[in-house]
Write a protein that binds this ligand. Structure first.
Ligand SMILES: [Zn+2]
Length: 140
């Protein structure tokens, strides 16, 4: 499948809207060694379009784990549910931080399924959150 061309203007607009943070795990692009991806929330393979309202800023880890998925299993109810949609839903409704700000906790079936499917608490990300927290740069 050919990746659609995303103009530099569109990339800039998506990045600005996200304030430079991964819209799933809240990692900050300015503290990443890799350029973040402009992710299709509804994948192209499911007729998703390369338009401002179907794009999200995502770190490489979240983008790789999400791939073309739009659903995941809620580990509590074991039901398949939609993943978090950054354009239609509010992060703080579906997720919260643990008291030490190291772990993202899913508050809803959508939040829990997204934490599991995108592995929002990957070891490397959690370790990096700890370092950033201690330097006053986390949470964003
Ligand atoms: Zn991420």
């Amino acid at each position: 499948m050919t990746k659609p061309q995303i103009s530099s203007q569109l990339r800039r607009s998506v990045t600005e809207r996200a304030k430079g943070c991964c819209e799933y795990c809240r990692s900050q692009e300015m503290f990443s060694t890799q350029v973040f991806s402009i992710e299709h929330i509804l994948p192209i393979s499911q007729s998703g379009t390369t338009t401002f309202d179907n794009l999200a800023l995502a770190c490489q880890g979240c983008n790789n784990h999400k791939y073309a998925k739009t659903q995941g299993r809620d580990p509590v109810t074991l039901k398949i549910t939609n993943l978090y949609h950054p354009r239609l839903q509010v992060w703080g409704v579906h997720f919260t931080w643990s008291n030490d700000y190291l772990i993202i906790i899913g508050l809803t079936p959508i939040g829990r399924a997204t934490v599991e499917t995108l592995k929002l608490n990957r070891d490397g990300v959690v370790n990096f959150r700890r370092v950033l927290y201690e330097t006053g740069n986390h949470p964003p």
